[in-house]
Design a protein. Sequence first.
Lengths: 113, 112
Amino acid sequence: GQQLNQSPQSMFIQEGEDVSMNCTSSSIFNTWLWYKQDPGEGPVLLIALYKAGELTSNGRLTAQFGITRKDSFLNISASIPSDVGIYFCAGQPSGGGADGLTFGKGTHLIIQP
Amino acid sequence: DTGVSQDPRHKITKRGQNVTFRCDPISEHNRLYWYRQTLGQGPEFLTYFQNEAQLEKSRLLSDRFSAERPKGSFSTLEIQRTEQGDSAMYLCASSLDGPFQYFGAGTRLSVL
């Protein structure tokens, strides 16, 4: 089945640093989504990407949809304490938006004071 | 609050018992999804409804699992004869004709 490989598994950074994480797939996805999940809560949608090569920003977050449609990265600039959490990439194979999402295992972001 | 609502937030049950969870999607969202999430993993897709029709089921949805969305609004997920391996967070998401899936806070199931 389809699998998404996320890296790194965890990151320990200082407040104010930039963060970069990525996601690769063995198969093509036509939509990529990035979510953040806090403990005991559901994932919250951060950014959605629709077109190969697309670069999209949402505040301090920037994400790109790889040209091959098999990868995506998420950057967070100038990290702050509330950025702590688990970041998931998710892919959707079809362009119609109806399929269930395939998620990676997450990148756990920890910010050291 | 107009987000996705799930009830209960926590459920503790004994092995062999049946449990039912409820999900209320965002108003007017026609698509509703159920996912399961175990510790250290991302959510795994279980099933999906468009209005009241169940259009897709994953192989993870064993015969002990059943989901309904009788009037195209709220949905229920029932697990019969629960097993310890069913312990997980059960997440519901909804969307309106597009890939943006908005998740509820989940129901955490513990099977003793």
